[in-house]
Design a protein around this ligand. Structure first.
Ligand code: NAP
Length: 333
């Protein structure tokens, strides 16, 4: 395959898994855009063994001129826009920066495609957080449901989503939004709840940590496995027509249930090792939310058949490998 793809947010969880997927499909060039090339945060690419196969370019996505010149120079077939301030919690602390980056970056990419080459296909990382607190009768969430975001992050993603749809409808660009529900892996940022839970639980088991502190255990989410979700991103850009898709597991689990399962699998006692702290609670959090992936299954042929129990097993195995790898890196230094 002689395709060239640009991935923004290459240093993140999805950027790393997607880059690996595109390389495995024989893309001739996978270009990763990062805030800087010398920041050195390419651990995820290193962990997956693909760092040297990717051309990393520094680009400020809020600088329209910089975005244009990279697209002019590399003329990609596909652009996957994964860069975003992606933490809901942090978006309450830096609402303006979150909104600015998460929308302006998308506008600059779409404008550049419109000006330079309308045949470039564009994927936008939309989010289930755009739906916010939905009424029970609206569940499971489908593509057609109206948004009502309840965080600066959700609002920024909803704006970016509509920008992407608008450039498809108004200018005929091939733009797709993947409306992804929470997806996890060992490559997730350390502050995200499932990563934190599994990493800390393993550290407790290995005697390196005493306890796990959590906030609201009652939250229910539709959690899935990140390496499977990036397959859906790629599939969207291979279709004859551009469209938007909900990508989710279709099942819902409480955080409490995940904690119980992880502790049980690792042989840890809940009473000894789990602490609750209201400081970890959000003033406004989503209630019950889960999605319907039938459109993606039918139209993209995307398959997701991982149960919650299998997901937790995979996350524990991956986290063990990550912890080992991080340990061996420290020993080499
Ligand atoms: P992630 O691990 O947090 O990665 C985010 C990427 O965006 C990183 O490469 C980060 O670069 C970059 N970024 C953040 N702020 C930036 C800024 N101001 N300037 C330039 N780059 C910036 O996120 P992810 O889990 O891979 O998610 C990928 C995309 O999917 C994101 O847009 C996220 O909002 C969306 N999404 C994720 C989920 C999920 O469950 N994971 C669900 C729905 C949607 P640095 O390394 O330099 O910080």
């Amino acid at each position: 395959m002689t395709k060239t793809a640009i991935i923004t947010g290459i240093t993140g969880q999805d950027g790393a898994y997607l880059a690996k997927l595109l390389l495995s499909k024989g893309y001739s060039k996978v270009i990763g855009l990062a805030r800087s090339t010398d920041k050195g945060d390419f651990e995820r690419l290193d962990f997956l063994g693909i760092k040297s196969d990717i051309e990393i370019i520094a680009c400020d996505l809020t600088d329209a001129g910089a975005v244009e010149s990279i697209i002019k120079q590399y003329r990609p077939d596909e652009i996957y826009n994964l860069a975003a301030q992606s933490s809901v919690g942090y978006s309450f602390e830096i609402p303006s920066a979150t909104f600015q980056f998460n929308t302006l970056s998308v506008m600059n990419l779409l404008e550049a495609i419109k000006k330079i080459d309308k045949s470039i296909r564009f994927y936008q990382a939309s989010s289930s957080e755009m739906f916010g607190n939905v009424a029970l009768q609206s569940l499971p969430i489908k593509e057609s449901l109206l948004f009502h975001p309840v965080s600066p992050y959700g609002i920024s993603k909803a704006s970016a989503h509509w920008l992407t749809v608008n450039y498809r409808e108004a200018y005929g660009l091939f733009t797709c939004c993947g409306i992804l529900f929470n997806h996890e892996s060992a490559l997730r940022g350390p502050n995200f709840v499932i990563k934190k839970l599994i990493n800390t639980a393993i550290n407790i088991q290995q005697g390196k940590s005493g306890s796990l502190t959590m906030g609201n255990l009652a939250i229910s989410r539709d959690w899935g496995y990140a390496p499977k979700y990036v397959e859906a991103m790629w599939l969207m850009l291979q279709q004859d027509t551009a469209n938007d898709f909900v990508i989710c597991s279709g099942t819902v689990t409480t955080l409490q249930n995940i904690i119980l399962t992880v502790f049980d699998k690792l042989g840890l006692d809940l009473n000894t090792h789990l602490r609750l702290d209201s400081a970890f609670m959000r003033s406004l959090d989503l209630g019950l939310i889960f999605g319907d992936n039938s459109k993606a299954k039918k139209e993209l042929g995307w398959e997701y058949d991982i149960s919650t129990n299998e997901l937790i097993d995979a996350l524990i195995q991956d986290e063990l490998a990550w912890i080992d790898w991080m340990g061996s890196k420290k020993n080499i230094k």
